[in-house]
Design a protein around this ligand. Structure first.
Ligand SMILES: [Zn+2]
Length: 333
């Protein structure tokens, strides 16, 4: 299924394939939770469909041998390459498997398709091993790559792919989609507030009950900032959580703090229950806040590319002390 906010992108993609043909390597980019993977899967299914090509269909037929194998999850001309064995990175061995796969000829379909995701986590050796395949495709094959941060993708890879930038849906589209999925209005609104522009992330967030975890996180942060709890207690609580979540939530809180400095009303803040109270009487140092946000985003990028091994406790302590240093005067309680 094509997500409602991707219909135009899909039509363009079909048109290109049916006229000039799609490029051998196509990179879908965009923020997490907007449906990059859904689109690349659908594209793969359609490219592999035996009737779609011969009959110029704009969607997979759903009934040919290829489509049946696709549904069964056992299509011999399709492969997904992603980090394996709890690793955060895509290593050279995985890319070698891709190269070997593409060196064969298609068994069922007109072509072979490989989805590689996320591109940012390929280490340099892996990326180098992929270059030749990107440059000299063997036979008819398609590489569909997915990336959240196009800027973090190695330039050698970037320059050999065509980029398809996917946009986030509007709030109305995101709400409508969530409601279609059976999410009630209140939940849909609150899930989107924590996952702006990312309905699929919002849905996961609800399914995993991430809201209550995040609420607890906000409360701990609030207690400490208001001097009601010691730093050790906060760090120890945060230390038990997934570092990616903590960093993401912290980054969102910083964005809220910056917005507050710019006079944005509390309804437009993600942590509206936390920050107005916290910041209404507080004087924050904007430049320190911006520096801290850059630092947090750098950490986020490193975590996403799977290259860095942080000492979680030290990292959290350092970020929190930086946050404390942005507060020039505590809120009047
Ligand atoms: Zn088919």
């Amino acid at each position: 299924m094509i997500l409602p906010w991707q219909t135009q992108v899909w039509e363009d993609l079909v048109k290109r394939q049916q006229t000039a043909g799609l490029p051998h390597a196509l990179m879908f980019t965009g923020i997490s939770g907007i449906g990059k993977h859904q689109l690349s899967l659908y594209t793969a299914e359609w490219l592999l469909c035996q009737r779609a090509k011969t009959e110029s269909l704009s969607q997979p037929c759903g009934s040919c041998h290829s489509c049946q194998l696709w549904k069964a999850g056992s299509h011999p001309d399709f492969m997904i390459c992603q980090p394996e064995d709890n690793s955060r990175q895509i290593r050279i061995d995985s890319i070698r498997k891709v190269n070997e796969f593409l060196a064969q000829t298609p068994q069922i379909s007109h072509c072979q398709v490989v989805i590689l995701k996320p591109v940012e986590v390929m280490n340099t050796n892996a990326a180098n091993a992929l270059l030749k395949t990107l440059e000299e495709p063997a036979g008819e094959s398609f590489l569909l790559l997915e990336a959240e941060r196009f800027g973090s993708v190695l330039p050698t890879i970037r320059s050999r792919c065509q980029r398809l930038q996917l946009q986030a849906p509007t709030e109305a589209e995101a709400l409508a989609w969530l409601q279609q999925q059976g999410v009630n209005d209140t939940d849909a609104h609150s899930a989107l507030r924590y996952n702006p522009g990312a309905p699929l992330a919002a849905k996961r967030w609800l399914e995993q009950d991430a809201g209550s975890q995040q609420q607890a996180w906000v409360n701990q942060f609030r207690q400490w900032t208001l001097d009601a709890a010691p730093l050790e207690q906060l760090v120890s609580a945060w230390n038990k959580l997934e570092i990616e979540d903590v960093i993401h939530w912290f980054n969102t809180a910083l964005a809220d703090a910056l917005k507050t400095q710019l006079g944005v009303t509390s309804e437009q803040l993600v942590y509206q229950q936390l920050l107005p109270e916290l910041l209404s009487g507080a004087m924050l140092d904007s430049s320190k806040l911006i520096t801290l946000q850059r630092k947090v985003q750098e950490v986020q990028g490193n975590l996403m590319s799977g290259v860095s091994h942080y000492n979680k406790q030290l990292l959290l302590e350092s970020l929190l002390l930086d946050w404390q240093a942005t507060i020039r005067r505590h809120p009047v309680s």
